[in-house]
Write a protein that binds this ligand. Sequence first.
Ligand SMILES: *[C@@H]1O[C@H](CO)[C@@H](O)[C@H](O)[C@H]1NC(C)=O
Ligand SMILES: *[C@@H]1O[C@H](CO)[C@@H](O)[C@H](O)[C@H]1NC(C)=O
Ligand SMILES: *[C@@H]1O[C@H](CO)[C@@H](O)[C@H](O)[C@H]1NC(C)=O
Ligand SMILES: *[C@@H]1O[C@H](CO)[C@@H](O)[C@H](O)[C@H]1NC(C)=O
Ligand SMILES: *[C@@H]1O[C@H](CO)[C@@H](O)[C@H](O)[C@H]1NC(C)=O
Ligand SMILES: *[C@@H]1O[C@H](CO)[C@@H](O)[C@H](O)[C@H]1NC(C)=O
Ligand SMILES: *[C@@H]1O[C@H](CO)[C@@H](O)[C@H](O)[C@H]1NC(C)=O
Length: 488
Amino acid sequence: MTELLKQSSIVLIFILVTTISFAVAQPPPSNCSLHFDDVPSNSSCGNGDWGGFLHNSCCATIFDEYLYALGQRANQTGNIFLDSTQQRNCLDVMQKFQKNVFGCGFEQLTSGAGGCSDFSIGDVTSKFGDKLRSLDEKCNIQSSDGCSSCAKSWGNIRAVPSWSSDPQSIKAETQVCRFAVLVTYSRTKIQDKDHLLTVYKCLEAQKYGKVYRGILSNNQPVAIKHIIDDENVESFAREFTSLSHIRHPNLVTLLGYCLQEDECFIVYELCPNGNLSEWLFGKDKCLSWIQRLEIAIDSAQGLLFLHTYPEGCIVHRDIKPTNILLGDNFEAKLSDFGLSKIIELGETYVSSEVRGTFGYVDPDYQRNHHVNSSGDVYSFGIVLLQILSGKRVINMNLNTPLPLNKMAKGLNRTGSINEFADPKLDGEYSAEAFNLTLQLALSCTELRQQRPSMEQIVVRLGQAHDISTQAKASTPEVSIDSYQSSNP
Ligand SMILES: *[C@@H]1O[C@H](CO)[C@@H](O)[C@H](O)[C@H]1NC(C)=O
Ligand SMILES: *[C@@H]1O[C@H](CO)[C@@H](O)[C@H](O)[C@H]1NC(C)=O
Ligand SMILES: *[C@@H]1O[C@H](CO)[C@@H](O)[C@H](O)[C@H]1NC(C)=O
Ligand SMILES: *[C@@H]1O[C@H](CO)[C@@H](O)[C@H](O)[C@H]1NC(C)=O
Ligand SMILES: *[C@@H]1O[C@H](CO)[C@@H](O)[C@H](O)[C@H]1NC(C)=O
Ligand SMILES: *[C@@H]1O[C@H](CO)[C@@H](O)[C@H](O)[C@H]1NC(C)=O
Ligand SMILES: *[C@@H]1O[C@H](CO)[C@@H](O)[C@H](O)[C@H]1NC(C)=O
C-alpha cells in the first residue's frame, strides 16, 4: 500500500494560514509572574494548533512564548502551571500581543484540577523520568529534521491511570501531563531558546487525526486521514486490514493505506458535501425534512449492514454526526472505523475499555464494558435526536447541563414535541412523521433490552419517509401558487 501512495503522487492541499498582526508590544504590568522577553510585535500565525489543543493556529506563536516563560519560572520556583488568578493576570498581559488570547484555550493548563495540573518539577521527574529522558534524547533537534521521532516520544506520554474512566477527561489529563513534561524539559534547556522554539514548532504542527483533501493520479478526489499520536496505530491498522474488503453504498470506501511504525495514512473516497455535523450546526447550511430522513435511513442501512455482517457483527463504536459523511447527492456514508470491533459468531458481546465520544456513548456500556450492537443503536438514537432538533448533545446553557434525550423526553411528556423541532425546519415537516421518528429515537436511548434493532429502525424510518412524501404530494397546489404570487 505504500506503493499506492507513492505511485499516485497525492497532492496535499494545505490549509491556508492567514496572517495577523500583533498590537504594538508594551512593557508587561507587574501582576503576572511570567516574563516575556522578546515577544514579536508583529507575527504570523503558527504552523499548527498542537493537535487541536489550541482553538486556532494563530494562538501558537504567543503560546510558544508562554511555554518558554513557564520553563523560566519553573527554574526559579519549581512549579509548573499557574493558578487561575495568575493565569488571568498573565492572559491580560498576553492580550497586548494577541487580541483573542482568552479564546485560545490556555486555561486548560491551570493548576488546581488535580493530577498533572498540580505537579511540581520534582513530581514530573519522579513520575515521568523515563519520558523526560526519551524527550531529551529524541528532541535534540535544531531543525525540522528528526521532528517525527521527537513528536512520537512526546505523544507517548500518557496520563497516570486515575479514578476517571470517562474518555474525554482521560484525554484532557493526558494533554496536561504532556505539557507538564514539556515545561520540565524546557527548564533544562532554558538557555537555548532557539532550540526550544524548534521543538515547539515541531510539536505544534502535528496533525493528530487531521484529514487532507487529495487527488490521485487518475484524477479521483480522495480524503486522506493522517493518524499519529496513537498508542493504537498498530491495532488501528489491524482493524483497517480486516475491514478494508467491506463494501456498501452507505459506508465510506477505503481505497488504501500506508502504515509506518508510528503513523498511518488512510485514503478514502471523498465525500464532497462534508460531514453531517457541519450541515446540522453550520450557520448558513440547512437540510430539508426529507433530506434529514434520507440521511437517517442511509446511515441506518450502513449500520444494519455492519451489524448483520455474515462473518460476525461489526460494532462501529463511534457513531456521531462528524462520522456521517455526505456524498454528491447527500447520500450518507459512515466513516471512521478506527474504534470498530468485530463480535465473533455465537458471542453476544466483547469486553473492551470504554471508547467513543462524550455524549454518544451508551451508559450501559460505560458501566459494564460490554461492546455490542446495542451501543451503536444508542449513539444512533442520539444522532436522530440531533437530526430532529439541530441541537448539541448536551445543553450547557442551563444551570444543570441537560442531555438531549432527557430534554426530548421532557417535551414528549408535556405533549410539546413541536418545541423540539429544529427552528431551521421552519415548521416544514409532517408532524406525524416527526413524532414517529422522535418516539423511535427515544426508544434507541432506553435500556439495552428495550432498544430496537437496526432492522426495526430501518423499517420505521421508511414509514416516516412514506408518510412525509405522501403528505407533501397531497399538499394542495394553492400553497405553491400563493408562494409564487407573493414572490414574483
Ligand atoms: C495588581 O494587583 C493589585 C491588587 O492585587 C491591583 O491593585 C493592581 O491594580 C493590579 N495591577 C495591574 C496592572 O493589574
Ligand atoms: C515583522 O517585522 C520585521 C522587522 O521589524 C520584518 O522584518 C518582518 O518582515 C515582519 N514580519 C511580518 C510577518 O510582518
Ligand atoms: C536557573 O535559576 C538559577 C538560579 O535559581 C540561575 O542561576 C540560572 O541561570 C537559571 N537558569 C537559567 C537557564 O535561566
Ligand atoms: C466536519 O466538518 C467541520 C466543518 O467543515 C470540520 O471542521 C470538521 O473537521 C469535520 N469533521 C470531520 C471529522 O471531518
Ligand atoms: C448485547 O449484550 C447484552 C449483554 O451485555 C446481551 O444481553 C444482548 O443480547 C446483546 N445483544 C446482542 C444484539 O447481541
Ligand atoms: C411520549 O409520550 C406519549 C404520550 O404522549 C407516550 O405514549 C410515549 O410512550 C412517550 N414516549 C416515550 C419514549 O417516553
Ligand atoms: C406521538 O406518538 C405517541 C405514540 O405513538 C402518541 O401517544 C402521542 O400522542 C403522539 N404525540 C403527538 C403530539 O402526536
